[in-house]
Write a protein that binds this ligand. Structure first.
Ligand code: BEZ
Length: 211
C-alpha cells in the first residue's frame, strides 16, 4: 500500500555513498528530504542531484537532511557522481542509497509499474522530526523537479507546525499567512499580536508570525 501523509516513514538499513545507514538513526531529530531518481547516468537525474548539492546549505539552514535513492548499486553511484561534479561544478555532498534489490524502493512504493517496470519514478518524501511523512510528491521520469519549490514547501511545513496558520497559494517565506479556522476570533489578539485582517469570516490574514 502506498504511504500517506501522517504515516511513519518506514525505517530501513542500506548502503549509501556515505557508508551504511539505518534510516531513522541517520535522520536523528532532523527533518528529512528523501527523493528517488530513475537511474544513474541519466541526464535529468544528473541535473537534479547537482542542483540538490548546490542547495544543500539551504536545506541545512532549515534543519533538513537530504538523501537520494535509485535502484542502482553502490559501484554505479560511485562511478556516476564524478559526472555530476563535472556537469554542475558541485560535489555530491549527501548520501545516495544503493538499492539494487529494490527493497527500499518497494517499501516506499517508488516503482510504478505502469510508468516503468524497473526504475523508480521521481518520488519525494518530506519527513518531520517525529518521523512522520509531511509531504509526498511524484513526478514522471521526464520532468525534473523544482528544488526551490521543495524549499518553499518545507518553509510552509515548518511554519504551520509551529503556529496555527496555513499558507495561501504561491506563498513564499516572509509573506502574509492565513489564520486556521480552529482559532476563534476571541483568541486572535493574543495569538497574532501583529494584527489580523478579516477578508471573509473564514479568511483571516496575518503577517507571518515568526518574521
Ligand atoms: C533522466 O534522468 O534523464 C531520465 C531517466 C529516465 C527516463 C527519462 C529521463
Amino acid at each position: 500500500m502506498s504511504l500517506r501523509l501522517g504515516d511513519i516513514a518506514p525505517d530501513f538499513e542500506a548502503d549509501t555513498t556515505q557508508g551504511p545507514i539505518k534510516f531513522h538513526e541517520w535522520l536523528g531529530n532532523s527533518w528529512g528530504l528523501f527523493f528517488s531518481h530513475p537511474a544513474d547516468f541519466t541526464p535529468v537525474c544528473t541535473t537534479e542531484l547537482g542542483r540538490t548539492a548546490l542547495l544543500k546549505g539551504d536545506f541545512e539552514k532549515r534543519g533538513v537532511k537530504v538523501i537520494a535513492i535509485s535502484v542502482d548499486d553502490l559501484e554505479s553511484h560511485n562511478r556516476w557522481t564524478p559526472d555530476i561534479k563535472d556537469v554542475t561544478g558541485t560535489e555530491v555532498n549527501f548520501p545516495i542509497v544503493a538499492d539494487p534489490d529494490r527493497k527500499v524502493a518497494e517499501l516506499y512504493d517508488m516503482i510504478h509499474p505502469n510508468a516503468s517496470e524497473k526504475a523508480t519514478v521521481r518520488s519525494v518524501f518530506v519527513i518531520g522530526p517525529d518521523k512522520k511523512i509531511k509531504l509526498t510528491l511524484t513526478y514522471p521520469a521526464s520532468t525534473g523537479r523544482n528544488f526551490q519549490e521543495l524549499l518553499r514547501v518545507i518553509d510552509s511545513l515548518q511554519l504551520t507546525a509551529q503556529y496555527q496558520v496555513a499558507t495561501p497559494a504561491d506563498w513564499k517565506d516572509g509573506e502574509d499567512v492565513i489564520v486556521t479556522p480552529a482559532v476563534s476570533n476571541d483568541a486572535l489578539e493574543e495569538k497574532f499580536p501583529k494584527g489580523v485582517t478579516h477578508v471573509k469570516p473564514y479568511l483571516r490574514i496575518t503577517p507571518q508570525p515568526n518574521k
